[in-house]
Write a protein that binds this ligand. Structure first.
Ligand code: PEP
Length: 249
């Protein structure tokens, strides 16, 4: 039985004081929790978050890294750097990084390899646009993102990868994929990973759903066979709604 994993992607929200408030609200409500919880604040709050989360089961992740260790890359942050402030996770391939910052599958693959080489766990995001869904190419798009993103990743490294299926048309729009729509793509992803690796790896793979997950829709989504958790944007910015999603498991 796969343990559900609920991650909060804070995006470019929460200054340091706001971060401290949100973390304390989440910590205070973490009773009777059956899932793994991961918080992904902005870089500026990571070190403080790491201190505040010490002694808890809550994981800490960043929202991006560069694929080099060091160098003349103004404004960038490396895997080693986020590790040094206490991160165990990093989100890579988010659709906002792909669309706004022109990240290619090849670049995302390099970042995944770098993160794994630093013993970080990766939340690897994939998903189709509305136009792609309406043209019936969802599985082609998602399949290609997976094959290119995981190119050269060894079977033994797959235990450190979570895949987050996030249909782009459902992110921040209030439109959620129906549980059946999401389940269909999740099953496709699991079968594809089974073909690329083996059944043991695909059975253990955590596949999160992301895209307007809210307290009201979380339990139905999370009860699908192949939905092993959620990557939450908007609803993770308030302790109450994020805790309600965590407790929907
Ligand atoms: C996200 O950005 O990963 C996300 C799922 O956002 P939202 O929950 O706001 O749709």
């Amino acid at each position: 039985m796969r343990k559900k994993v609920i991650a909060g992607n804070w995006k470019m929200h929460m200054d340091l004081n706001e971060s401290i408030g949100l973390i304390s609200g989440i910590k205070n409500g973490m009773t009777n929790v059956n899932s793994k919880v991961i918080l992904c604040p902005p870089y500026t709050s990571l070190e403080t978050a790491s201190t505040l989360l010490k002694g808890t089961e809550i994981g800490l992740g960043a929202q991006n890294i560069h694929f080099e260790d060091t160098g003349a890359f103004t404004g960038e942050v490396s895997a080693k750097m986020i590790k040094s402030v206490g991160c165990q996770y990093v989100i890579l391939g988010h659709s906002e990084r792909r669309a706004i910052f022109n990240e290619s599958d090849e670049m995302i693959n390099k970042k995944i390899k770098k993160a794994l080489s630093e013993d970080l766990n990766v939340i690897f995001c994939i998903g189709e646009t509305l136009e792609q869904r309406e043209s019936n190419v969802t599985k082609d798009v998602v399949g290609k993102q997976i094959k290119l993103g995981l190119e050269g990743i060894a079977p033994e490294q797959m235990k450190n990868i979570i895949i987050a299926y996030e249909p782009v048309w459902a992110i921040g729009t209030g439109k959620t994929a129906s549980p059946e729509q999401a389940q269909e793509v999740h099953l496709f992803i699991r079968e594809l990973v089974g073909q690329l690796y083996n059944n043991e790896i695909s059975d253990e793979l955590i596949i999160q759903y992301g895209g307007s997950v809210k307290p009201a829709n979380a339990s139905e989504l999370l009860s699908q066979n192949d939905i092993d958790g959620a990557l939450v944007g908007g609803a993770c910015l308030e302790a109450e709604s994020f805790l309600a999603i965590i407790k929907a498991v």
